[in-house]
Design a protein around this ligand. Structure first.
Ligand SMILES: [Fe+2]
Length: 325
């Protein structure tokens, strides 16, 4: 049985070419057909924000914007700068990740790995404090998930097209169904050599879904129960999760979509933090090295505008509930 949500066209690609990008290089909000970029002057991980501003930021985030904080960076302690080296990766996992207190994907002695885990844990605490300060309405609902440290370059690794994050996609997890809960991510470019993290961002979620959903294969009866029984998924995959995986795969496997769909380039300088709902924002990591990232899940009840969520949009398009009670 396939473990993925399916794209009717999948399996046609093997290579993972870098896709050339033409487009504006500045951060602005002028193009209505692609993801808006909103710049905030926040300089502290625990800022004090007026209530009216927090509501405005949340509305922009929920509408599908990327919030960029060019003056907010994560500072390494002097004895942590040694971790700015790929040698701390075990060479197998894509990222070094911290889930609770357990660190994965890293190689080194016990003391070094404990120090690395403390550093990643400090970023997790900072990122969570930032989300709490920027969006106080979300605070009681936040479910902190994995924190990742990404010492490898975003491009150039030999990966399958499905794992090729240099292609535009929305995030969807094959083994961890969200059942409609949001995926909120905080990123920070910690590159010490002046290298920008370069993203492409794409069209709004609804436009992408209307374009690609016809290519997503229907879920097979009994598929979710089978995947769960085989422990392919942690919990039951909903039809929503199946569609999100299908959209992820259809977007990545369609090179015409990658080249011709509305998109723009965004360059995040070292020392920049940015935030988005990565289950909603079409994004591709074109280049860059050394990044920290915090994933947080958020139920729809936490949102100001649940109607703008991917679940609500996909249910409107398909005309039926996509997550069983
Ligand atoms: Fe992604």
């Amino acid at each position: 049985m396939r473990a993925r949500g399916g794209c009717l066209a999948d399996g046609v690609l093997g290579a993972s070419p870098l896709i050339p990008v033409d487009g504006p290089r500045s951060v602005d909000t002028s193009a209505p057909t692609v993801t808006p970029i909103v710049t905030l002057g926040v300089e502290d991980w625990r800022p004090v924000i007026p209530a009216a501003d927090t509501e405005r930021y949340a509305h922009e985030l929920e509408a599908g914007a990327v919030l960029v904080l060019p003056r907010l960076t994560f500072v390494f302690a002097p004895d942590e700068t040694r971790f700015l080296n790929v040698r701390w990766s075990d060479g197998k996992a894509k990222n070094i990740s911290l889930d609770g207190t357990s660190i994965r994907g890293a190689a080194g002695g016990a003391d070094d790995l404990a120090a690395l885990a403390r550093m990643i844990g400090r970023f997790a605490a900072d990122a969570t404090a930032l989300v709490t300060a920027l969006f106080p309405r979300y605070a009681p609902w936040l479910k902190r998930a994995r924190t990742s440290y990404r010492p490898h370059g975003a491009a150039g690794r030999a990966v399958s097209w499905r794992k090729d994050d240099t292609r535009l996609h929305v995030d969807a997890f094959p083994s961890r169904p969200t059942r409609g809960e949001r995926i909120l991510r905080v990123f920070c470019n910690v590159n010490p050599f002046g290298e920008e993290r370069v993203w492409r961002v794409g069209e709004p979620f609804e436009a992408m879904a209307r374009r690609l959903l016809p290519a997503v294969r229907p879920m097979i009866p009994g598929e979710a129960a089978c995947l769960s029984a085989l422990h392919v998924t942690r919990g039951r995959r909903s039809e929503y999760d199946h569609m999100m995986l299908g959209l992820h795969d259809c977007a990545k496997s369609d090179l015409d979509y990658q080249r011709a769909s509305p998109q723009r380039e965004v360059r995040f300088a070292p020392g920049t933090t940015w935030i988005c709902f990565s289950d909603q924002v079409m994004h591709a990591a074109a280049s860059g090295q050394y990044m920290l990232e915090q994933t947080t899940h958020l139920p729809l009840d936490a949102l100001y505008e649940p109607r703008s969520s991917p679940l609500a949009i996909l249910e409107r398009i398909s005309g039926r509930p996509l997550v069983a009670a």
